[in-house]
Design a protein around this ligand. Structure first.
Ligand code: KG4
Ligand code: ZN
Length: 416
């Protein structure tokens, strides 16, 4: 067992097999991500059976690469951390089983991490790495020693928006002496924001995952061309319709949440579909898909310029308007929640937080309201294992270890 506060993180909840070594929740020694995008792209979404198979293939080389890049051996580690949920059951199990075996064989403690908590800690890791960069410059000048990294106790509560392909959640995140605690403030009632991006991109004949395509193409359209609107969500009405298919554990928190902080993205997806039908844009979307991905002359690696050449102004306006509406809704509710809870700091994280428009609009709105907003680096926004190792650091200090019987929990909740 090591003494440097080194945690090996393992992540396999969806379509990325990742491993990373992070020192004291504050310094990334390595972060390796094997993406399965190529496997799932032709289906326009993640195929769970294929995901498990790909994780099985990738897990050993990815972990080896993470240790080698960090220049450490298993004997140098203090703990192994693994995502235990939420996510795809079979995919999660690959990471969990391997992490358990590795921990047991090497006499290391095993730490279970909630994937959503991981995304939140990606922002904290980035903040610490950036701050330490600044501190190191100062300490070189003054010979002062920087403080211990990853010391959360003085950090203030923050409102965290976790927005990805599987989640759109708002949490109030508070550091305590031993760990972070979370209170669920809002969430989506149906699709996640990233899911809406992926479905709209698929409908328009663009690639998978859809977010990066829409992000890039939206720059070329008029965001005010199509006035998409989000209506006020009424919890009781929604629950009346949804209760029979919603699990008890999930229904209760929704009923207790303030409807102002609930999201719903299935409506805008349908509105885009209606727009496409009404303006007869489907045949064009089909030929776009063929030209870019499925046709005999499709380029091996289509670029944004290739896609741009296949998009008429009306489609670009539709894309820009869709993005403007989604980002606007995320922004409105996140800032309203921060204001209502008195949180001065917003952490925006998850794949959709990589979006350029989201970053620009959140940053401008935070400046306007005199709040602080932080994002992970682009690489830490999407799924990775450095965030898992970082979230595990306070748990290692608190000796909060996983049960030997740890199993995958596909619908693991964070906070109450
Ligand atoms: O966090 P992540 O890698 O995996 C999940 O936990 O879901 O997020 C993936 C999601 C996908 O839906 C993808 O389309 C979206 O994040 N995404 C983006 C961008 N980059 C990835 N959405 C909007 N703009 C982006 N630049
Ligand atoms: Zn994720």
């Amino acid at each position: 067992m090591g003494t440097r506060g080194l945690i090996l993180g393992i992540e396999s909840s969806c379509d990325e097999t990742a491993a990373a070594v992070v020192e004291r929740g504050a310094r990334t020694l390595s972060s390796v991500v094997a993406s399965q995008i190529a496997t799932h792209a032709r289906y326009g979404g993640v195929v769970p059976e294929l995901a498990s198979r790909e994780h099985l293939r990738a897990i050993v080389p990815v972990v080896r690469a993470a240790l080698a890049e960090a220049n450490v051996t298993l004997a140098d580690l203090d703990a192994i951390a693994v995502t235990s949920g939420p996510g795809l059951a079979g995919a999660l199990l690959v990471g969990i089983t391997y992490a358990k075996a590795l921990a047991y064989a090497n006499g290391l403690p095993l730490i279970a991490v909630n994937h959503l908590e991981g995304h939140i800690h990606a922002v904290l890791l980035n903040e610490r790495e950036t701050e330490r960069g600044i501190e190191n410059v100062n300490s070189q000048a003054s010979n002062a020693r920087p403080g211990p990294p990853g010391n959360d106790v003085n950090e203030k509560p923050a409102l965290a928006l976790v927005v990805s392909g599987g989640h759109t959640h708002l949490f109030l995140a508070r550091p305590t002496a031993s760990a972070w605690t979370y209170k669920l403030i809002g969430r989506t009632l149906d699709d996640a924001a990233g899911e809406a991006y992926d479905k709209v991109a698929k409908l328009l004949g663009l690639g998978y995952p859809g977010g990066p395509w829409i992000d890039a193409l939206a720059l070329h359209g008029n965001p005010h061309a199509v006035p998409f609107a989000f209506s006020q969500i009424k919890t009781k009405i929604h629950l009346a319709g949804k209760a029979p298919r919603t699990k008890g554990a999930k229904t209760a928190p929704i009923a207790n949440l303030d409807p102002r902080f609930l999201f719903s993205f299935s409506g805008i997806k349908t509105a885009v579909l209606r727009y496409v039908e009404l303006h007869n844009l489907r045949p064009e979307a089909e030929s776009r898909r063929e030209a870019l991905f499925t046709g005999p002359d499709a380029p091996a690696h289509p670029t944004v310029e290739d896609a741009l050449a296949q998009c008429d102004p009306q489609t670009l306006d539709l894309i820009a308007s869709f993005q403007h509406a989604v980002v606007g809704d995320l922004m409105k509710k996140t800032f309203a929640a921060a204001e209502s809870l008195g949180a001065r700091r917003i952490l925006a994280t998850g794949g959709v937080a990589a979006n350029r428009s989201l970053r620009a609009r959140f940053t401008a709105e935070a400046a306007r309201r005199n709040l602080h907003v932080a994002f992970p680096t682009l690489a830490l926004s999407t799924d990775n294992a450095a965030m898992v190792a970082t979230a595990a650091w306070p748990k290692l200090q608190a000796k909060e270890f996983a049960d030997p019987g740890l199993s995958a929990n596909p619908s693991l909740a964070l906070g109450r």
